[in-house]
Design a binder for this molecule. Structure first.
Ligand code: ADP
Length: 462
């Protein structure tokens, strides 16, 4: 199959979040399965010529490669992309994001013709690429080149929709008749994600549970009606994990490599982690770890309410993250009050993250909502038992066989579940069995890519 993957960030070229991981890993897995894939993304200032061996195709288009032979095309425009920040800077979102990403979508669509690449599927990701399906079904509707192309939209987080004032609508080059309930209008504003949802052939999200949740008022951020209308075309495929990066038996960051066959070596990482984090070495108490954005979405509101009680339990806790100032302050205060219990690191630190995944006993991830989540997948691979709220991708990957899961989003339930985990930790044999079991779950990209291929085939046959 011929596939164009269109995303506004792709590892290794540019990344602000999980979208880039998916957009970087999926093409590689598809190529391994014999598919012909190309990628198109904006050429940001940070994408350097020399680092990525970038070559010029023509005015405004350059390219590089990834995998064996995947061409990654960069849409260039100095006015729009030659600046700091992919979507915004310290002053907030870039004011011309509608101009920037409509340009990216239009130029990407035109590029296909110029390089004579007629894909079976265009797989777009998040609002920044959503005008591609809109343009295909409107501006290019009578162009034979685009006629048989099917489009799939993957929504990574429905909280980000690309909302703009109505007055900017003429910039899109679309007829005003599309500014309505069945088109791009959303309570008097332009909603680009909604446009993508209305015009694509299949809507996908990053976990089966999240695909259902977003059809409800609680999780839909106002788009539940659109999704409900198209419910027969809404799917959810879990993201994979890059096991070449996240592998305790080869991980270069950790003190001692291990696998489920020599689990004892995991505990050497625990000792080393506590030493480096200046926690007293008390091997019989469980070590809890967090690696997360410190935001309400990640459960920081109930964690902040529960933290005083948690600090009084027989445990130690290493927290790595950055985010909302209010959570920084609350955690700082507790870390000062309970220095033998909490080791707090308010920063982004990849090496420490690897060591927390390897050295902790329990990984705490009480997200309020979680489209897919990577933290729990990583911790499972490292034999660090996830403790999660039952939502989205967490509900699809964690259950009582490999972790601890609570289904009422309250501080009381969080505290209760931590107590339960501590109790379970006392039974060393059972804990070891659970650890070994957890490490053998397989959330590889290969599995996810197979499901994507099935979805592409479904779109093609529609
Ligand atoms: P998000 O919603 O933030 O994308 P995910 O669980 O999908 O959440 O992925 C977050 C990724 O970022 C994980 O790989 C996690 O290890 C990493 N991460 C988050 N915060 C930090 C940090 N402070 N330092 C290092 N890595 C971090």
């Amino acid at each position: 199959m011929k596939i164009l993957l269109a995303a506004s960030e792709v590892v290794p070229f540019a990344k602000t979040g999980g979208l880039a991981d998916v957009a970087g890993a999926l093409p590689l897995a598809l190529e391994d399965m014999g598919q012909e894939v190309i990628v198109a993304m904006p050429r940001y200032k940070s994408i350097s010529d020399s680092k990525f061996k970038i070559r010029r195709l023509k005015e405004g288009i350059s390219y590089s490669t990834m995998g064996n032979n995947i061409k990654v095309y960069f849409i260039e425009n100095a006015e729009y992309f030659d600046r700091d920040g992919l979507y915004g800077d310290k002053n907030g979102d870039h004011k011309d994001n509608l101009d920037r990403f409509s340009y990216y979508c239009k130029r990407t669509s035109e590029l296909l013709k110029e390089i004579n690449f007629q894909p079976d599927i265009i797989h777009v990701h998040d609002w920044q690429a959503c005008l591609i399906p809109v343009y295909l079904k409107t501006l290019y509707a009578n162009d034979i080149f685009y006629k048989n192309i099917k489009t799939i939209l993957t929504v990574h987080n429905i909280g980000y929709q690309g909302l703009f004032p109505k007055e900017e609508f003429p910039k899109l080059g679309l007829d005003w008749s599309l500014f309505n309930m069945e088109g791009l209008e959303f309570y008097g504003k332009i909603n680009i994600l909604k446009g993508g949802m209305e015009f694509c052939d299949i809507i996908n999200t990053v976990s089966p549970t999240y695909s259902k949740e977003i059809q409800t008022k609680e999780f839909g951020f106002g788009l539940e009606g659109v999704l409900n209308k198209r419910r027969n075309c809404v799917f959810g495929i879990l993201n994979g994990l890059d096991y070449s990066i996240w592998n305790p038996s080869t991980d270069k960051f950790i003190a001692k490599n291990y696998s489920f066959q020599n689990i004892e070596d995991k505990y050497k990482n625990k000792e080393e982690l506590k030493r480096s984090c200046k926690l007293p070495i008390k091997s019989d108490v469980p070590l809890l770890g967090i690696v997360s954005r410190l935001a309400e979405q990640k459960g920081l509101d109930i964690l902040a309410e529960a933290i005083e009680s948690i600090c009084k339990m027989e445990l130690q806790f290493i927290i790595l993250g950055t985010g909302d100032l209010k959570y920084h302050l609350i955690l700082e205060e507790k870390a000062k009050k309970y220095p033998k219990v909490i080791s707090l690191h308010l920063k982004f630190d990849d090496a420490l993250a690897h060591n927390i995944y390897a050295g902790s006993d329990i990984f705490v991830m009480p997200s309020k909502y979680e489209p897919c989540g990577l933290g729990q997948l990583i911790s499972l691979r490292y034999g660090t038992i996830p403790l999660v709220f039952k939502t989205g991708g967490l509900a699809d990957t964690v259950d009582k066989n490999n972790g601890f899961i609570f289904d009422k989003y309250t501080k009381e339930e969080l505290i209760k579940t931590i107590k339960k985990a501590i109790k379970a930790f006392e039974n060393k044999e059972k804990w070891k069995e659970m650890t070994i079991r957890a490490m053998q779950y397989n959330f590889s990209w290969e599995e996810s890519a197979k499901k994507y291929l099935q979805l592409y085939a479904k779109a093609k046959s529609q």
